[in-house]
Design a protein around this ligand. Sequence first.
Ligand SMILES: C[S@@+](CC[C@H](N)C(=O)[O-])C[C@H]1O[C@@H](n2cnc3c(N)ncnc32)[C@H](O)[C@@H]1O
Length: 305
Amino acid sequence: MRPFLKWAGGKRQLLPRLREFYPEAFAAYREPFLGSGAVFFDLVQQGRLAGRRTCLTDTNGDLVGCYSRVRDEPEAVIQRLRRLTAGYKRDPERHYYRVRHKFNPAREAISNGHGIESRRYTADLAAMLVYLNRTGFNGLFRVNSKGMFNVPLGRYSNPRICDTENLRNVAAVLSAKTISIEQVRYADALACADAGDFVYLDPPYAPLSATAQFTSYTSEGFSTADQEQLQRTIIRLAHKGCWVLLSNSTAPEVAELYDGNRDAERAGLHAYQIPARRMINSNASRRGQVFEYLITNIPQRVSQS
Ligand SMILES: C[S@@+](CC[C@H](N)C(=O)[O-])C[C@H]1O[C@@H](n2cnc3c(N)ncnc32)[C@H](O)[C@@H]1O
């Protein structure tokens, strides 16, 4: 079981460190910035979510729509992906751009002016999204100012476009009555979090420098004001008795909000700096060592990896 999408800021590489902070016991699980769901799938793999209320949310309508179609119509998605795979094999470049050209108007048809309505996503769109995600540049999901997906073809020699077994496993897991997936902003998703819940938050990272900004997961970015609001939400959750775990960059604005910040300390939050490798940089030589923050009120356990 693994994520079926690649996603900017995906946390697979960081899992060994994140696992040190999974709580020993918890009530519900909440992941309000879902993306490819690396932590969710890891918890599933460890059997930690069996029978447990699990709320998965994200504002990206394509993402949430795609999860929903994979859950409800896995065979229709797989069938379409197989067809797309055959087309790609015949002529990758022409086929990629033909699919992209078809993807955008089909998305526009289910847009409400503010963005994509996930509940109107179709199996066709979900298959195209998985295809573009597996074959597009770095697996990015990026839209232009008009909301059009504009990622160019990636440089893969033999990409695995349709992983049938994984898609069927994902569909089976997501079909559990205890699991919900919704297109909701994080603040609304967390309004009902309760004491004992485990909340993992992986927001768009605060940029380390003005030019490093990469917040185009949706056409709305995640501003400094959003980071400040998120800090207040996390502090409220910690005071309420939730187990919170946040990942973020080591940008000065994040340090100010959590590292030595009196309100954060009073809420029992600790800021750990951990080494991580940054993947999103078009210049390969600059994909060097960077540090990230893990901010949490959960006692650290000895690494299990
Ligand atoms: C860093 S990514 C999460 C990556 C994820 N942990 C993974 O393993 O792939 C951040 C996610 O937050 C979502 N997002 C951005 N603003 C949001 C908001 N206000 N509320 C909820 N989700 C938001 C984006 O659509 C994106 O999927």
